[in-house]
Design a protein around this ligand. Structure first.
Ligand code: DGL
Length: 261
């Protein structure tokens, strides 16, 4: 079983990619809807939540943990690696690798939650592999609540996206990293507002491919994985809105199980 967690609905973009790339592996998803958003919490709090989320998934039988949240990836990857005897995958490195490969002029924009942008992790990782890159980062704290509310095609959402992207347009970026797993859900609006010449980087497919390769090259773990049973979706607070957005995103009926951590 592959355990995937996020603060809410955003990590389902990673689940969608996993279902597409490695459909026979069972997934357990945990969306921490009672404590979302993570992006405006302190690093210490995000670390504590990430430890609890991983613990829960491990108890469900996860043999691999995917941190499908940039905020938790930036704050807690190392600590999770130290605390859990499982392979841990995060969403930042695959996005950075893809962005550097696809950017011709190395003018890269990053949008994310306040916590992710304040951590400086994208700049650091981009410069490690492309020291000449110019990186421009903008926190977009209002986008997560808009997605969680299902305001995916409202004029207010388009207006807010436009305002956030304005400084990046002025910097003439050629590549934009969607540094929050909620943002691919707004991909069309973001592409429209930043312009079609800018390549959008969504790490979900890259993460799924990393896991696929990992399983191919680690038969000892691969053979312990539960396959061919339906995905399970756990949330810490069931809301009709979550269910609706999740089903629209995954294009299928899902049953949410409510749990208390
Ligand atoms: N989807 C998450 C991320 O990738 C976080 C959203 C939030 O809880 O603030 O950062």
């Amino acid at each position: 079983m592959i355990g995937v967690f996020d603060s809410g609905i955003g990590g389902l973009t990673v689940v969608r990619a996993l279902m597409q790339e490695i459909p026979s592996y069972t997934i357990a998803y945990f969306g921490d809807t009672a404590r979302t958003p993570y992006g405006s919490k302190s690093r210490q709090t995000v670390i504590q939540y990430a430890l609890e989320d991983s613990e829960f998934l491990m108890k469900q039988g996860a043999k691999i943990i995917v941190i499908a949240c940039n905020t938790a990836s930036s704050a807690a990857t190392e600590i999770l690696m130290e605390n859990f005897p499982l392979p841990i995958f995060e969403v930042i490195s695959p996005a950075v690798e893809l962005a550097v490969q696809s950017s011709k002029r190395l003018r890269i924009g990053v949008i994310g939650t306040r916590a992710t942008i304040a951590s400086g992790i994208y700049e650091k990782k981009i410069r490690e592999i492309a020291p000449r890159a110019k990186v421009y980062s903008v926190p977009c704290p209002l986008l997560v609540p808009l997605v969680e509310e299902g305001w995916l095609n409202k004029s207010e959402t388009r207006m807010i996206v436009k305002k956030y992207l304005h400084p990046l347009k002025e910097k003439q970026i050629d590549t934009l990293i969607l540094g929050c797993t909620h943002y691919p859900i707004l991909k069309d609006i973001i592409q429209h507002k930043i312009g079609k010449r800018v390549t959008l980087i969504d790490s979900s497919l890259a993460v799924a491919n990393k896991i696929k390769n990992f399983l191919r090259t680690h038969p000892a773990i691969n053979t312990t994985m539960i396959k061919d049973s339906a995905a399970k979706f756990f949330v810490s607070d069931v809301t009709p809105q979550f269910e609706k957005t999740a089903q629209a995103l995954l294009k299928k009926q899902i049953r949410l199980e409510s749990i208390r951590l």
